[in-house]
Design a protein around this ligand. Structure first.
Ligand code: HEC
Length: 134
């Protein structure tokens, strides 16, 4: 029993470490996923494909959980708030799409999108080769 507890403890520690060891490369991956999935979500809402739209919105919600963890580790409270709001709005969009309520899903997704620009203004810097985190 004791051994199992120790093992569980170590596993938890490792999982926590992995969460906080997100690199800028990982981050760029999240944003590429967000960009592509958001495009797909808009198309699926327009096509009234509730299942596909809900899957996209869920993927966005979970990606923003990782985005949130990244900024938490950096201690940037404003970015954490943007990420939380975007994630929550995509969560709502997933429910609306799943229920076949596409007008509401579109409104939810728009609400989520309002947070993209806010965070980009504050934390994204354009360089000659692409974007940088600031
Ligand atoms: C919490 C802050 C934050 C939020 C919210 C956010 N972004 Fe970003 N995004 C960034 C930062 C920082 C970068 C620059 C670093 C990078 O490119 O990875 C970026 C870069 C990007 C890129 C360029 C990726 C690349 O390098 O090719 C895309 C596309 C993007 N974001 C889309 C979005 C969309 C769409 C949303 C909203 C649904 C969003 N982002 C919300 C912080 C955010």
């Amino acid at each position: 029993m004791k051994k199992i507890c120790v093992l569980l403890g170590i596993t938890t520690l490792l999982a926590t470490a992995a969460l906080f060891a997100q690199s800028d490369m990982d981050y760029q991956g999240y944003m590429k996923t967000v960009g592509a999935t958001n495009g797909s979500l808009q198309k699926n809402i327009a096509a009234k494909d509730g299942k596909a739209a809900a899957a996209d919105a869920q993927k966005l919600e979970s990606t923003f959980k990782q985005v949130e963890a990244y900024w938490k580790a950096k201690g940037a409270a404003d970015a954490v708030t943007f990420a939380q709001k975007a994630g929550a709005a995509f969560g709502a969009a997933a429910k609306s799409a799943d229920a076949g309520n596409f007008d509401q899903a579109l409104a939810d997704a728009k609400g989520a999108g309002a947070n993209c620009g806010g965070c980009h203004m504050a934390h994204r810097e354009k360089t000659d080769t692409g974007f940088k985190i600031k």
